[in-house]
Design a protein around this ligand. Structure first.
Ligand code: SAH
Ligand code: SF4
Ligand code: F3S
Length: 438
């Protein structure tokens, strides 16, 4: 009998992308093969996100599209997994929905069994497991250069707008020795970069090993060339981590540090656990300790009660910090969170207008940050080519670089590049010498 084929589509954050690699490993071990073509699949899984309403709407639209495939292939199993499955549960399985499997983020080990039972109807598994870190599963990765390595799961921060702690349960860390083994193996297989993942990596803890210790051991005991991590919470970021970055060769000089708002009043309503001054103080410390560091951020506009003055404070902080880049979002009320109880009182047009003003400001800042690098030399890791055939890479500070003289370069090469031009989104460069051509 031929192996059943699974097609997986992933929405949401890097944690979800890493989870899809775990799902692929679990299903491959049970005899499934993977396909990149939904029309050829026996099982379609959507690994979903609920962080904003828009993310959910995209998936609902996709479900109605994909269930049409059942007309041709009545045996097709359509499954929704991940955060939105955890949030909406049975609601997704209703009559005519076409969905016959629902599994939350802690249920992936049980997927093979769930798929078998959904053959004759539907199966649901939404058990959150405070211990599950998917130990012993070797994620099935497609990228040969960069790899995501989850180091913890869940979140205990309960920011008032955020649904993640309800859907992914409490914080728990993977054993440090297992992470080290995984990174060692990745380096030996030829990977050049790992990104350590968690909703709040700074609170990583395995016995006496904290996040800074983990970073140092990865740097000292593996030969991986670049290490990044996501996401840092300003409240838990320690000087010890900053010194580890500064003193370790493989740790890249880039920190993603979500600001969310520049108004201390709004930050308190968001339950972020820091105020504007503390955030700015942390930025100064980061820049003092790590030379040449780049800093990116996440910002929400139009949080309940955000006045024009509050928003101005956000713009002021953005100017004062000068972020290298920012992900910006309109507040989206999420049922079950504390902010859902607040009146969503910033009108949609006002949210849109604030978002545009913020994006416009950030674009100028990013453009001038990039411009200031013209003439400099940067270490660039080659990642691949874009649709036009241009070779693309990234600096240690996580800036995309488009290469001009690129005939010899292949993904995984690390080269020195002279920056000869820039836009707000990309640097343009010429490779000057190969630093490491395997
Ligand atoms: N743990 C990470 C990722 C959280 S989700 C972190 O703390 O950064 C990524 C981003 O989505 C958040 O940083 C926040 O800016 C945004 N976000 C979360 N909930 C949101 C909501 N209800 N509406 C709009 N944006 C939201
Ligand atoms: Fe959500 Fe806050 Fe946790 Fe990030 S730290 S996942 S924003 S609750
Ligand atoms: Fe990630 Fe979305 Fe879940 S941001 S943790 S996939 S709600």
């Amino acid at each position: 009998m031929r192996r059943k084929r699974v097609y997986i589509e992933t929405y949401g954050c890097q944690m979800n992308k890493a989870d899809s690699e775990i799902i692929k490993a679990v299903l491959s071990a049970s005899g499934y093969s993977m396909t990149a073509v939904p029309e050829r699949a026996d099982v379609i899984l959507l690994n979903t996100c609920s962080v904003r309403e828009h993310a959910e709407q995209r998936v609902l639209g996709r479900i109605s599209q994909l269930r049409q495939l059942k007309l041709e292939n009545p045996g097709l199993i359509l499954g929704v997994v991940g955060c939105m499955a955890q949030k909406m549960g049975k609601e997704l399985i209703g009559e005519g929905s076409g969905v016959n499997l629902i599994a939350g983020p802690d249920s992936y080990r049980r997927l093979p069994g769930l798929l078998e039972t959904s053959n004759n109807g539907s199966s649901i598994d939404l058990g959150l497991d405070p211990e599950e870190v998917y130990s012993g599963i070797n994620p099935r990765r497609e990228d040969k250069v960069k790899a995501w390595v989850p180091i913890m799961r869940g979140c205990d921060k309960f920011c008032s707008y955020c649904v993640v702690p309800y859907l992914r349960g409490r914080e728990r860390s993977r054993p440090a020795d297992e992470i080290l083994e995984e990174v060692k193996a990745l380096a030996e297989q030829g990977h050049k970069e790992v990104t350590l993942l968690g909703q709040n990596v700074n609170s990583y803890k395995d016995g006496a090993t904290d996040f800074a210790d983990l970073l140092r051991s990865i740097d000292e005991t593996t030969c991986i060339q670049r290490v990044r991590f996501l996401t840092s919470h300003p409240k838990d970021m320690s000087q010890k981590v900053l010194h580890a970055i500064n003193e370790s060769k493989s740790l890249c000089e880039h920190i993603h540090l979500p600001l969310q708002s520049g108004s201390s009043r709004i930050l308190a309503r968001m339950n972020r656990g820091y105020n504007k001054e503390q955030y700015l103080q942390l930025i100064r410390l980061i820049r003092e300790i790590i030379r040449g560091v780049s800093i990116s951020t996440d910002i929400i506009v139009g949080f309940p009660g955000e006045t024009e003055e509050d928003f101005q404070e956000t713009l002021d902080v953005v100017k004062e910090v000068g972020f290298d880049s920012a992900f910006t979002y309109k507040y989206s009320p999420r049922k079950g969170t504390r902010a859902y109880e607040f009146e969503d009182d910033v009108p949609p047009e006002e949210k849109q207008e604030r978002l545009e003003r913020l994006i416009c400001l950030q674009r100028k800042i990013s453009a001038s940050k990039n411009q200031s690098l013209v003439g400099s030399r940067q270490e660039v890791l080659i990642e691949g080519r874009n649709r036009k055939g241009t070779t693309l890479g990234r600096t240690r500070t996580d800036k995309p670089v488009a290469l001009q003289n690129d005939s010899e370069l292949t993904p995984g090469d690390i080269v020195e590049v002279e920056i000869i031009g820039s836009t707000s989104a990309t640097l343009i460069g010429c490779a000057t010498s190969p630093l490491n051509h395997p």
